[in-house]
Design a protein around this ligand. Structure first.
Ligand code: SAM
Length: 295
Protein backbone atom coordinates (compact mmCIF):
# COMPACT_ATOMS: atom_id res chain seq x y z
CA UNK A 1 0.00 0.00 0.00
CA UNK A 2 1.37 3.40 -0.89
CA UNK A 3 0.86 6.63 1.02
CA UNK A 4 0.03 9.63 -1.11
CA UNK A 5 3.26 11.38 -2.05
CA UNK A 6 2.71 15.06 -1.35
CA UNK A 7 5.60 16.52 -3.29
CA UNK A 8 9.02 15.44 -4.36
CA UNK A 9 10.37 12.07 -5.33
CA UNK A 10 8.07 9.07 -4.82
CA UNK A 11 9.35 6.25 -2.63
CA UNK A 12 9.52 2.86 -4.29
CA UNK A 13 8.08 -0.35 -2.95
CA UNK A 14 10.47 -2.34 -0.75
CA UNK A 15 11.55 -5.89 -1.41
CA UNK A 16 9.95 -8.52 0.84
CA UNK A 17 11.38 -8.51 4.39
CA UNK A 18 13.46 -11.58 5.13
CA UNK A 19 12.14 -12.54 8.61
CA UNK A 20 13.96 -14.97 10.87
CA UNK A 21 14.52 -16.07 14.43
CA UNK A 22 15.32 -13.84 17.38
CA UNK A 23 18.91 -13.72 18.56
CA UNK A 24 19.96 -13.72 22.18
CA UNK A 25 19.91 -10.36 23.98
CA UNK A 26 23.19 -8.71 24.97
CA UNK A 27 22.42 -8.59 28.67
CA UNK A 28 20.43 -5.38 28.19
CA UNK A 29 17.36 -6.42 30.20
CA UNK A 30 14.83 -3.74 29.17
CA UNK A 31 16.67 -2.17 26.24
CA UNK A 32 15.78 -2.10 22.57
CA UNK A 33 18.59 -4.34 21.25
CA UNK A 34 16.66 -7.58 21.60
CA UNK A 35 13.93 -6.42 19.21
CA UNK A 36 16.39 -4.55 16.97
CA UNK A 37 18.19 -7.82 16.13
CA UNK A 38 15.27 -9.29 14.19
CA UNK A 39 16.07 -9.32 10.46
CA UNK A 40 12.83 -7.56 9.45
CA UNK A 41 13.82 -4.61 11.64
CA UNK A 42 17.12 -4.29 9.81
CA UNK A 43 15.30 -4.61 6.47
CA UNK A 44 12.80 -1.86 7.20
CA UNK A 45 15.49 0.55 8.40
CA UNK A 46 17.96 -0.33 5.67
CA UNK A 47 15.27 0.41 3.12
CA UNK A 48 14.96 3.97 4.46
CA UNK A 49 18.70 4.56 4.88
CA UNK A 50 19.41 3.34 1.35
CA UNK A 51 16.59 5.49 -0.07
CA UNK A 52 17.93 8.65 1.53
CA UNK A 53 21.55 7.77 0.68
CA UNK A 54 20.62 7.29 -2.97
CA UNK A 55 19.06 10.74 -3.34
CA UNK A 56 21.19 12.82 -5.68
CA UNK A 57 23.22 15.80 -4.50
CA UNK A 58 23.36 14.86 -0.83
CA UNK A 59 26.47 15.78 1.09
CA UNK A 60 28.38 13.47 3.43
CA UNK A 61 27.52 14.76 6.92
CA UNK A 62 24.79 12.71 8.60
CA UNK A 63 23.06 12.77 11.99
CA UNK A 64 21.72 9.49 13.38
CA UNK A 65 19.17 11.05 15.71
CA UNK A 66 18.00 8.81 18.60
CA UNK A 67 20.74 6.34 17.67
CA UNK A 68 19.92 3.98 20.56
CA UNK A 69 22.21 0.94 20.56
CA UNK A 70 23.64 1.81 17.13
CA UNK A 71 21.81 -0.46 14.68
CA UNK A 72 20.98 2.46 12.38
CA UNK A 73 24.48 3.92 12.70
CA UNK A 74 25.79 0.65 11.29
CA UNK A 75 23.39 0.87 8.34
CA UNK A 76 24.47 4.46 7.69
CA UNK A 77 28.13 3.44 7.77
CA UNK A 78 27.43 0.65 5.28
CA UNK A 79 25.63 3.08 2.93
CA UNK A 80 28.47 5.61 3.31
CA UNK A 81 31.11 3.02 2.50
CA UNK A 82 29.70 2.82 -1.00
CA UNK A 83 30.01 6.59 -1.35
CA UNK A 84 33.50 6.58 0.12
CA UNK A 85 33.41 9.47 2.61
CA UNK A 86 31.37 10.97 5.41
CA UNK A 87 30.95 11.90 9.06
CA UNK A 88 28.19 10.64 11.36
CA UNK A 89 26.91 12.27 14.54
CA UNK A 90 25.14 9.61 16.61
CA UNK A 91 22.89 11.42 19.11
CA UNK A 92 20.87 9.99 22.00
CA UNK A 93 19.69 11.23 25.42
CA UNK A 94 20.17 7.83 27.06
CA UNK A 95 23.70 7.35 28.37
CA UNK A 96 23.26 3.60 28.57
CA UNK A 97 22.09 3.32 24.94
CA UNK A 98 24.89 5.64 23.83
CA UNK A 99 27.40 3.53 25.71
CA UNK A 100 26.05 0.42 24.00
CA UNK A 101 26.41 2.11 20.61
CA UNK A 102 29.97 3.20 21.48
CA UNK A 103 30.96 -0.35 22.33
CA UNK A 104 29.41 -1.68 19.15
CA UNK A 105 30.82 0.87 16.71
CA UNK A 106 34.52 1.56 16.45
CA UNK A 107 34.53 3.61 13.25
CA UNK A 108 36.58 6.81 13.47
CA UNK A 109 34.00 8.72 11.39
CA UNK A 110 31.33 8.45 14.11
CA UNK A 111 31.00 11.11 16.84
CA UNK A 112 28.78 10.12 19.75
CA UNK A 113 26.77 12.98 21.19
CA UNK A 114 24.74 12.94 24.38
CA UNK A 115 21.54 14.97 24.05
CA UNK A 116 17.94 15.21 22.91
CA UNK A 117 16.30 16.00 19.60
CA UNK A 118 14.74 19.06 21.24
CA UNK A 119 18.22 20.67 21.43
CA UNK A 120 19.72 19.30 18.24
CA UNK A 121 20.94 22.64 16.86
CA UNK A 122 23.11 23.10 19.98
CA UNK A 123 24.58 19.62 19.67
CA UNK A 124 25.73 19.27 16.06
CA UNK A 125 26.94 21.57 13.26
CA UNK A 126 25.14 21.94 9.93
CA UNK A 127 24.68 18.58 8.21
CA UNK A 128 23.28 17.18 4.97
CA UNK A 129 21.04 14.38 6.23
CA UNK A 130 19.20 13.57 9.46
CA UNK A 131 18.09 9.97 9.92
CA UNK A 132 15.59 9.59 12.78
CA UNK A 133 14.44 5.98 13.14
CA UNK A 134 11.85 4.53 15.48
CA UNK A 135 11.74 7.47 17.86
CA UNK A 136 9.66 10.41 16.56
CA UNK A 137 6.57 9.00 18.30
CA UNK A 138 8.43 9.34 21.63
CA UNK A 139 8.79 13.09 21.20
CA UNK A 140 6.00 15.16 22.71
CA UNK A 141 6.84 18.51 21.09
CA UNK A 142 7.14 17.37 17.48
CA UNK A 143 6.96 20.91 16.11
CA UNK A 144 10.01 21.95 18.15
CA UNK A 145 11.98 18.88 17.12
CA UNK A 146 11.21 19.34 13.43
CA UNK A 147 12.22 23.02 13.72
CA UNK A 148 15.51 21.90 15.30
CA UNK A 149 16.12 19.36 12.55
CA UNK A 150 15.34 22.01 9.93
CA UNK A 151 17.89 24.35 11.58
CA UNK A 152 20.74 21.85 11.30
CA UNK A 153 20.00 20.81 7.72
CA UNK A 154 21.77 22.75 5.00
CA UNK A 155 20.25 23.68 1.62
CA UNK A 156 19.02 20.65 -0.31
CA UNK A 157 19.30 18.47 2.80
CA UNK A 158 17.04 15.58 3.76
CA UNK A 159 15.27 14.23 6.80
CA UNK A 160 14.44 10.51 6.78
CA UNK A 161 12.36 9.17 9.63
CA UNK A 162 10.27 6.12 10.33
CA UNK A 163 7.94 4.88 13.01
CA UNK A 164 5.46 2.09 13.57
CA UNK A 165 3.48 4.18 16.06
CA UNK A 166 1.27 6.34 13.86
CA UNK A 167 -2.38 6.61 12.87
CA UNK A 168 -2.75 3.84 10.30
CA UNK A 169 -0.09 1.43 11.63
CA UNK A 170 -2.53 -1.47 12.04
CA UNK A 171 -3.29 -3.54 9.01
CA UNK A 172 -7.13 -3.72 8.86
CA UNK A 173 -8.36 -6.68 10.90
CA UNK A 174 -5.35 -6.81 13.23
CA UNK A 175 -6.29 -4.11 15.78
CA UNK A 176 -7.95 -6.68 17.98
CA UNK A 177 -4.66 -8.53 18.52
CA UNK A 178 -3.16 -5.47 20.25
CA UNK A 179 -6.31 -5.00 22.34
CA UNK A 180 -6.39 -8.67 23.36
CA UNK A 181 -2.69 -8.65 24.22
CA UNK A 182 -2.98 -5.72 26.63
CA UNK A 183 -6.23 -7.06 28.12
CA UNK A 184 -4.73 -10.50 28.67
CA UNK A 185 -1.55 -9.02 30.16
CA UNK A 186 -3.61 -6.85 32.54
CA UNK A 187 -5.67 -9.90 33.57
CA UNK A 188 -2.48 -11.88 34.12
CA UNK A 189 -1.14 -9.13 36.40
CA UNK A 190 -4.38 -8.62 38.35
CA UNK A 191 -4.56 -12.38 39.00
CA UNK A 192 -1.14 -11.97 40.65
CA UNK A 193 -2.11 -8.91 42.68
CA UNK A 194 -0.43 -6.32 40.44
CA UNK A 195 -2.72 -3.35 39.78
CA UNK A 196 -2.96 -1.89 36.29
CA UNK A 197 -4.14 1.68 35.82
CA UNK A 198 -6.19 2.39 32.74
CA UNK A 199 -5.15 5.73 31.29
CA UNK A 200 -5.05 7.50 27.96
CA UNK A 201 -2.00 7.58 25.75
CA UNK A 202 0.85 9.63 27.22
CA UNK A 203 1.37 12.87 25.24
CA UNK A 204 4.82 11.65 24.20
CA UNK A 205 3.13 8.69 22.56
CA UNK A 206 0.71 10.83 20.59
CA UNK A 207 0.29 9.20 17.20
CA UNK A 208 0.13 11.28 14.02
CA UNK A 209 -1.25 10.43 10.60
CA UNK A 210 1.16 10.69 7.64
CA UNK A 211 -0.78 13.77 6.46
CA UNK A 212 -0.32 15.38 9.88
CA UNK A 213 3.43 14.79 9.68
CA UNK A 214 3.44 16.31 6.18
CA UNK A 215 1.63 19.42 7.48
CA UNK A 216 4.03 19.77 10.43
CA UNK A 217 7.03 19.40 8.13
CA UNK A 218 5.68 22.05 5.75
CA UNK A 219 5.25 24.36 8.76
CA UNK A 220 8.92 23.83 9.68
CA UNK A 221 10.07 24.82 6.18
CA UNK A 222 10.50 21.44 4.51
CA UNK A 223 9.56 21.45 0.85
CA UNK A 224 9.08 17.96 -0.49
CA UNK A 225 7.62 15.03 1.44
CA UNK A 226 7.18 11.43 0.32
CA UNK A 227 6.01 8.55 2.41
CA UNK A 228 5.37 4.89 2.14
CA UNK A 229 3.59 2.32 4.33
CA UNK A 230 6.00 -0.59 4.66
CA UNK A 231 4.35 -3.83 5.75
CA UNK A 232 6.18 -6.06 8.20
CA UNK A 233 5.11 -9.43 9.62
CA UNK A 234 5.79 -9.51 13.36
CA UNK A 235 6.49 -13.04 14.58
CA UNK A 236 5.56 -14.19 18.08
CA UNK A 237 9.26 -14.13 19.02
CA UNK A 238 9.67 -10.55 17.87
CA UNK A 239 6.52 -9.48 19.74
CA UNK A 240 7.83 -11.19 22.84
CA UNK A 241 11.04 -9.18 22.43
CA UNK A 242 9.32 -5.81 21.95
CA UNK A 243 7.34 -6.70 25.08
CA UNK A 244 10.63 -6.66 27.03
CA UNK A 245 11.48 -3.07 25.96
CA UNK A 246 10.95 -0.54 28.78
CA UNK A 247 9.21 2.09 26.66
CA UNK A 248 6.83 -0.48 25.18
CA UNK A 249 5.96 -1.85 28.64
CA UNK A 250 5.38 1.68 29.97
CA UNK A 251 3.11 2.46 27.01
CA UNK A 252 1.11 -0.80 27.15
CA UNK A 253 0.89 -1.20 30.94
CA UNK A 254 1.36 2.24 32.53
CA UNK A 255 2.54 2.20 36.13
CA UNK A 256 3.38 -1.52 36.19
CA UNK A 257 6.90 -2.46 37.39
CA UNK A 258 9.01 -3.37 34.34
CA UNK A 259 9.80 -6.91 35.48
CA UNK A 260 6.09 -7.71 36.04
CA UNK A 261 5.00 -6.04 32.81
CA UNK A 262 7.63 -7.82 30.74
CA UNK A 263 6.63 -11.21 32.16
CA UNK A 264 2.91 -10.56 31.62
CA UNK A 265 3.49 -9.52 27.99
CA UNK A 266 5.68 -12.55 27.40
CA UNK A 267 3.14 -14.98 28.81
CA UNK A 268 0.19 -13.55 26.91
CA UNK A 269 1.48 -12.78 23.42
CA UNK A 270 0.79 -16.21 21.92
CA UNK A 271 -2.67 -16.60 23.48
CA UNK A 272 -3.56 -13.12 22.15
CA UNK A 273 -2.39 -14.15 18.67
CA UNK A 274 -4.65 -17.20 18.88
CA UNK A 275 -7.57 -15.02 20.07
CA UNK A 276 -7.08 -12.80 17.04
CA UNK A 277 -6.67 -15.80 14.74
CA UNK A 278 -3.22 -14.56 13.68
CA UNK A 279 -1.30 -17.77 14.02
CA UNK A 280 1.87 -17.01 12.11
CA UNK A 281 2.64 -13.28 12.18
CA UNK A 282 0.90 -10.03 13.09
CA UNK A 283 1.16 -7.73 10.08
CA UNK A 284 1.85 -4.08 10.86
CA UNK A 285 2.94 -0.99 8.93
CA UNK A 286 6.04 1.13 9.38
CA UNK A 287 5.67 4.68 8.10
CA UNK A 288 8.72 5.54 5.99
CA UNK A 289 9.08 9.28 5.44
CA UNK A 290 11.54 11.50 3.56
CA UNK A 291 11.37 15.31 3.49
CA UNK A 292 13.74 17.76 1.75
CA UNK A 293 14.89 21.27 2.53
CA UNK A 294 14.93 23.93 -0.20
CA UNK A 295 18.09 23.88 -2.38
C1 SAM B 1 13.23 2.57 19.98
S1 SAM B 1 14.80 3.25 20.21
C2 SAM B 1 15.36 3.46 18.52
C3 SAM B 1 16.84 3.39 18.39
C4 SAM B 1 17.36 3.45 16.94
N1 SAM B 1 17.01 4.70 16.29
C5 SAM B 1 16.80 2.29 16.14
O1 SAM B 1 15.88 2.48 15.34
O2 SAM B 1 17.31 1.18 16.32
C6 SAM B 1 14.34 4.89 20.65
C7 SAM B 1 15.50 5.79 21.04
O3 SAM B 1 15.02 7.13 21.09
C8 SAM B 1 15.71 7.80 22.11
N2 SAM B 1 14.93 8.98 22.47
C9 SAM B 1 13.87 9.08 23.27
N3 SAM B 1 13.47 10.35 23.37
C10 SAM B 1 14.30 11.09 22.60
C11 SAM B 1 14.42 12.48 22.32
N4 SAM B 1 13.60 13.37 22.84
N5 SAM B 1 15.43 12.88 21.51
C12 SAM B 1 16.28 11.98 20.96
N6 SAM B 1 16.20 10.66 21.20
C13 SAM B 1 15.24 10.22 22.01
C14 SAM B 1 15.80 6.75 23.21
O4 SAM B 1 16.83 7.06 24.14
C15 SAM B 1 16.09 5.48 22.40
O5 SAM B 1 17.46 5.24 22.30
Amino acid sequence: MRGTPVKGEPLEEPSAPSGGPALAPDGDRFGFSRFARHPFFTDVNRWLVERVASLGSLGPRIVDLACGPGAITELILAAMKERGRGLVYAVDPSLSELDRARRRITSSVVRFVHGSAENLSRLVPQVDVVVFCNAIHLVSDKRRVLDEIRKVLGPGGALAFNTTYFKGCYKPGTERFWRYWVLRAAQYLRARGVGVVRQGKAPAMQWYAPEEYAALLAGSGFLGCSWYLHEVGLSADSLEDIGQFSMFIEGALPGVPLEDGAEALRQTVRPAMRDANLLDVVPRYWLQFIARTPA
